[in-house]
Design a protein around this ligand. Structure first.
Ligand code: XMP
Length: 520
């Protein structure tokens, strides 16, 4: 169906960044669509794109079977921007040179404009007004050492003689660095220049369009069948439920499962907010015994996740059976959940309970209207759908709950201790006015560890609690939050004074990477 919106294709060469590029294009309010590199060129062109972006990818253009694209694309009269691997592919296909120079660049890298071109007095098309020196994010082993004829080199770095290049006539561009990554200065500017100055796109794509598109897709997928939605109290499942409700109304039944792994007062709070906000049936399943029973003596994080993922599904299946319909299950899965669970060409970091933790033999077809989106986009959509602030701006909480914050086996006593400590962390962060600014803040219990202390002139030998607070844009990367010392002190002394069994508090200062946000 032709869309009234200008469309840009992102050709996926196997990078987890393809979605990030698509997201940056959406941020510029242009409709973007990710297509596989194996899609025939005629099919790509039939979509009438105003521009085509080649994503990065893990391969080297030199290996046998390296992902490629029909070179006729360069004669299709559609502007092209190659990024990282995509740029190398452009260079190679049009007759330039890509070499393994032995000097790869990873992370923050300085680029400068070139003397021949920019200092020679010419103005580039992309980043025309950028300063001479620009910090960008690189991640490559091979480098482009010579551009094809007719191309100009606009920027270079120590390890990339060709960091940004262009053929103005043909409207073909390449960036060795990643403009889509936040650490690249003026990265979004570069993309905007491509979209608006080169492709002449109109910025018409909004969250309302995203909602309309999702609603159409949901209707097409489920028809007149019954659908159930697992609601966790977090923003993702709430937005997913609201979208599905908008699409199919009463065909939706929401299910809230109390796993026994929730935070203090959470079950009551979710039910209360839900009843206030949604006018849909809510089934509250109290399944703490079942989850905790299945987790007795389980210490391995991946086993915990798989058991929890499976138990959720079994509970949903039973509810669906009782409703004697419902072949569909709505989940608020986001794009980062899929990446970490090893989606596409990516390595498994951890099996998110709702992706890699799902059993093979489940009775449902999944409905995941948010699977290509990032958390901040989901929040914006939640606001647009009129969800209340306390849902939209809730800090994320993982489906496996406190199970992945108790390091070691889960017992009711450990859960109780962690709940009390966690409550203090969040309460103090809220009091300090930092709740929104901080991506997640919580407590972790390394249950097997005991430490010696002295309280009231006596020796103690009790548990430490670890406080974790991170800032992040999308959970793909995160930094530890620089909390004020007096706030940390308040949290620590309250936990030790108020939570029986804790005699020490530590603060986690690990970023992601190399750590992850959760401890398990
Ligand atoms: P990590 O620990 O991988 O977490 O840095 C990234 C984000 O995902 C959340 N998370 C999960 N959410 N099911 C979920 O619904 C899961 O199994 C899961 N594991 C981690 C985590 O809280 C953080 O926001």
């Amino acid at each position: 169906m032709p869309t009234p919106h200008d469309r840009v294709l992102v050709v996926d060469f196997g990078a987890q960044y393809a979605q990030l590029i698509a997201r940056r294009v959406r941020e510029a309010r242009v409709y973007s669509e990710i297509v596989s590199r194996t899609m025939p060129l005629a099919e790509m062109l039939a979509k009438r794109p105003k521009g085509i972006i080649f994503s990065g990818g893990p391969a080297s253009v030199h290996v046998d079977g390296a992902p490629s694209i029909d070179p006729a694309v360069y004669d299709a009269d559609v502007p092209i921007l190659g990024i990282c691997y995509g740029a190398q592919l452009v260079a190679q296909q049009l007759g330039g040179t890509v070499e393994r120079t032995g000097g790869g660049e990873y992370g923050r890298t300085t680029t400068n404009t070139t003397t021949t071109f920019v200092h020679g007095g010419r103005r580039p098309v992309l980043l025309a007004d950028a300063p001479d020196e620009l910090q960008v994010w690189m991640s490559h082993g091979d480098a482009i050492t010579r551009v094809p004829e007719e191309f100009d080199v606009v920027r270079s770095s120590a390890g990339s003689p060709v960091a940004l290049f262009e053929d103005k006539q043909r409207a073909v561009f390449g960036a060795q660095f990643h403009p889509e990554v936040v650490h690249t200065e003026l990265g979004q500017e570069l993309l905007r220049d491509f979209l608006f100055k080169v492709c002449d796109c109109r910025p018409t794509w909004t969250n309302t369009n995203i909602i309309e598109e999702a609603v159409d897709e949901i209707r097409a997928q489920v028809g007149s069948e019954g659908v159930i939605c697992g609601l966790s109290g977090g923003v993702d499942s709430a937005v997913a439920a609201a979208l599905v409700h908008r699409a199919i109304g009463d065909q939706l039944t929401c299910v809230f499962v109390d796993t026994g792994l929730l935070r203090l007062g959470e079950a009551e709070q979710v039910e209360e907010t839900f009843n206030r906000q949604f006018h849909v049936e809510l089934i509250h399943v109290k399944a703490a015994d079942r989850f905790l029973g299945a987790l007795v003596d389980v210490e391995d994080p991946e086993r915990k996740r798989k058991i929890i993922g499976e138990t959720f599904i079994r509970v949903f299946e039973e509810v669906a059976r009782d409703l004697s319909s419902a072949g569909f299950l709505v989940q608020g899965t986001l794009y980062p959940d899929i990446v970490e669970s090893g989606g596409g060409d990516n390595a498994v970091i951890k099996s998110h309970h709702n992706v890699g933790g799902l059993p093979d033999d489940m009775d449902f077809e999944l409905v995941e209207p948010l699977r290509n989106l990032f958390k901040d986009e989901v929040r914006a959509i939640g606001e647009e759908l009129g969800l209340p602030e306390d849902i939209v701006w809730r800090q994320p909480f993982p489906g496996p709950g406190l199970a992945v914050r108790i390091i070691g086996a889960i017992t009711p006593e450990r859960l109780e201790l962690l709940r009390a400590a966690d409550h203090i962390v969040v309460e103090e962060i809220r009091r300090a006015g930092l709740y929104r600014e901080i991506w997640q803040s919580f407590a972790v219990l390394p249950a097997a560890v005991r430490t010696v202390g002295v309280m009231g002139d006596g020796r103690t030998y009790e548990n430490p609690v670890i406080v974790r607070a991170v800032t992040s844009e999308d959970a793909m990367t995160a930094d530890w939050a620089r909390l004020p010392y007096d706030l940390l002190e308040r949290i620590a002394s309250r936990i030790i004074n108020e939570v029986a069994g804790v005699n020490r508090v530590a603060y986690d200062i690990t970023s992601k990477p190399p750590g992850t946000i959760e401890w398990e």
